[in-house]
Design a protein around this ligand. Structure first.
Ligand code: 5GP
Length: 196
């Protein structure tokens, strides 16, 4: 079997990305998930080793120094990192999902140019777009703020291969599956014998 397909999913907060990733992993138990390490304390319901490996700052810095992280970022005051060798799995997954921020997505694409980058927009994105085009009722300053935010999101989103506006979990999971199926059907992958 050829190298697994790396699927990187990023989103601004509130886009519903975690639910999407969890849903698709549950639906496709053969998919792998790159469990990041983080110094952020666990949130309610998060499981060590599943959602993240929760580690101390000292341990994080040690891993980073030893070159054990594929990439890392400091986000809202906490460290996050992708352990090197995420493909190490008993089940040898043919698809591995990465949930990382934009910086991580860029780094992963640099390491593995065949990685597929997917950006999830929050459900309000279409509404926002129509408001920005002049149909809204917001004050000028609010509109300007939203426009600035939207431009920043768009600029970051341009580096991604696919965009999904997360209107419903069901529809977005379907799109994710379609993207993965298409990517697995690329000639290079089919020729090297990768299973779908
Ligand atoms: P949260 O604390 O809400 O779980 O995650 C905050 C942000 O960190 C999210 O955008 C998530 O995608 C990102 N993130 C999680 N793990 C990693 C990682 O290993 N590397 C990078 N660069 N970002 C990560």
């Amino acid at each position: 079997m050829s190298n697994p397909l790396w699927v990187v999913v990023s989103a601004p907060s509130g886009a519903g990305k975690t639910t999407l990733v969890k849903t698709i992993l549950k639906k496709h138990p053969a998919f792998g998930f790159s469990t990041s390490v983080t110094t952020r304390p666990p949130r309610k319901g998060e499981k060590n080793g599943r959602d993240y490996s929760f580690i101390s700052e000292k341990e994080f810095l040690r891993l980073r120094k030893k070159g054990r992280l594929l990439e890392w970022a400091k986000i809202h005051g906490f460290y996050y990192g992708t352990p090197a060798g995420p493909t190490q799995s008993k089940r040898e997954p043919h698809v591995i999902l990465f949930d990382v921020n934009r910086q991580g997505a860029r780094a992963i694409k640099r390491i593995s140019p065949n990685a597929v980058l997917i950006f999830i927009f929050p459900p309000g994105w279409k509404t926002l777009k129509s408001r920005l085009s002049g149909r809204g009722t917001e004050s000028k300053s609010e509109l300007r703020r939203r426009l600035t935010d939207a431009k920043r999101e768009l600029a970051a989103a341009r580096q991604y291969d696919y965009w999904i506006v997360n209107q419903t979990v069901k529809a977005s999971v379907k799109r994710l599956e379609a993207i993965i199926a298409a990517e697995l059907s690329r000639p290079a992958r089919v020729v090297t014998g990768n299973k779908t």
